[in-house]
Ligand binder design. Sequence first.
Ligand SMILES: [Zn+2]
Length: 171
Amino acid sequence: MQRRPIILWGDPRLAAPNAPVETFDKDLEALIEEMFETAWAAPGLGLAAPQIGVNLRLAVLDLSVGKDPDQKTVLANPEIIGQEGRVSMEEGCLSFPGLFTTFERPKSITVRAQDATGKWQEIEAEDLLAQALCHEIDHLNGTLLIDHIRGLKRTMFIRRVKKLQKTGAWG
Ligand SMILES: [Zn+2]
């Protein structure tokens, strides 16, 4: 399986609309495997299709980063159907390499999504898994880390990106 280059913040494909996944075939399976390979190699806990320039409502998650096949989760056309509580956690993103910021997410969520075969499933998650699910679903709505932070925190974050871009450490 091939890995795909991960596109970084500033690329318009990260903010472009994402079309629903409608065809669950061999091509989709191959794309999903490439997405897992790309996430594991990064390494990262998950990857959304727009991050490799594919504007589809598709993401993969694996909190074990390739160690436990049971943790491989495919999210096609996911939506959050319930949420509870709030918790503040540090978060990073493969499209912002080397950067982290802290903001609030729901403590627990329920997500409805299709798997690689098109079968609908409900996923109940809390803490890290809930955070990771929210993060990937955000990507499918064109929402990035930076959209969650405001004011001075956001200014400082952009300054850190600019510094990395200048030194060539970005991408
Ligand atoms: Zn991300």
